[in-house]
Design a protein around this ligand. Sequence first.
Ligand code: NDP
Ligand code: OXD
Length: 306
Amino acid sequence: MDITLCCSHTAIEPWLDGLRAALPQARISAWHSGAPQADYAVVWAPPQQFLDEQPGLKALFNIGAGVDALLKLRLPPQALVVRLDDAGMAVQMAEYVCQAVIRHFRAFDQCEADMRAGRWVARRPLERSAFAVGVMGLGVLGERVARSLAQFEFPVNGWSRSPKAIDGIRAFSGPEGLHDFLAASRVLVNLLPLTPETENILNRDTLARLQSGGYLVNVARGAHLVEDDLLALLESGHLSGATLDVFRTEPLPVGHPFWNHPRITLTPHTSARTLLGESIAQMAGKIVALKRGEAIAGVVDPARGY
Ligand code: NDP
Ligand code: OXD
């Protein structure tokens, strides 16, 4: 069995070493133009040339959960596209989102600024029951995030394509459920995949439907958000702030208005990192299962886009 690795922006040696240790019977190498045909590929943002030169791949393993960039390429039609299925990302995402929501709810930024300025100000706590959090996307990451927020006793709403029943979460679904979901939420957490249906979904119309004083946490993809609409709603006061981990252009360009915005907290696409050990164990297990003809989880439906 031959496995080829083609991962942009990634130090490839640890992946080669890890996969060789996990699959000692396989021939595993870094792809170069003219390399022999492989059975399986491990990829992150591969160039089109890689796919054109590997038409016989049986499966492509993406070393991330989001496959939006991969699905824009011309893929070998028979190749399965397999996304990372948690692999240690769900707990990180839950940590990140809970800290962003709690930091806003408890006004910890203002607290810190007050203390640094030598001001001893005890602020009145907000009403938790009036601080409903809406999670868009109830998949591998979104469901974990929604359940974690519910542990802190926030009212939690969730929105997905298909109807869900999750204990402690008020579930909405489909385009017909979107407006009610937004109207029931004060904080909006985006954990949708980027697809033609969800691109630009965080816009003036949707964000304006959040309860007054609303707050946005975008941890999915930058192209979900219409940036000028967020800035306008912050300016108008309808939204009180945002925490953004992902951007249309990454790294965020110098001079972008988000950099110094007093009510936007930024992180560099770091809310849930791909973990080497967990990811290799998951991919190696799935490659072995495919070799045995068994079904695996995390296979992307290209028509759906996730
Ligand atoms: P999943 O595919 O497991 O879940 C996607 C969820 O979105 C599902 O609940 C799905 O509904 C819902 N959904 C999809 N399309 C629509 C739609 N049109 N309307 C309503 N709901 C929809 O993805 P993950 O939870 O694993 O990951 C989500 C995204 O998070 C990734 O695609 C990636 O972009 C981003 N991500 C960001 C990271 C970061 O560091 N910032 C790290 C990892 C991921 P249904 O359940 O009905 O299918
Ligand atoms: C992912 C990401 O999709 O890192 O896994 O954004």
